[in-house]
Design a protein around this ligand. Structure first.
Ligand SMILES: [Zn+2]
Length: 126
């Protein structure tokens, strides 16, 4: 799809709506490969130069997602990709699979999710 100002707004609005529904903080959204490459390396570490291959990428620790608009063929795939990446944000412990796909389908149908109860990360405990 071709990214213009209008589509940019539409996407950010969708991200806002689904984020609220999934009880997650609205992530920072990259919409072009250029934006991914321009972001600080700490954010996109590990999935920086390969991001262009995917419809979307979640940078979980940094609360950021990449929606690869240029690669996405149509509205339906766009909606799917947005929900897919936001499900990653809401269910960070889940990897791809049946349960993950079920949650994506529920999300697309308008299901709301309670906030994720964050486990204490040993990384930041004193
Ligand atoms: Zn995924």
């Amino acid at each position: 799809m071709k990214l213009d100002d209008e589509l940019r707004l539409v996407i950010l609005e969708k991200v806002g709506i689904y984020s609220k529904r999934f009880s997650i903080d609205e992530p920072q959204v990259f919409l072009t490969n250029k934006e991914v490459l321009a972001a600080p390396k700490e954010i996109t570490e590990g999935r920086r130069t390969t991001a262009y291959k995917y419809y979307g990428v979640s940078y979980l620790e940094q609360n950021s997602i990449f929606i690869n608009v240029k690669r996405i063929p149509d509205d339906k795939t766009l909606e799917n990709t947005i929900v897919h990446e936001l499900i990653h944000q809401r269910f960070p412990y889940l990897s791809h699979g049946k349960r993950f796909n079920k949650l994506v389908r529920q999300g697309l149908r308008g299901t709301a999710f309670d906030p994720y109860q964050k486990r204490k990360s040993s990384k930041f405990s004193c």
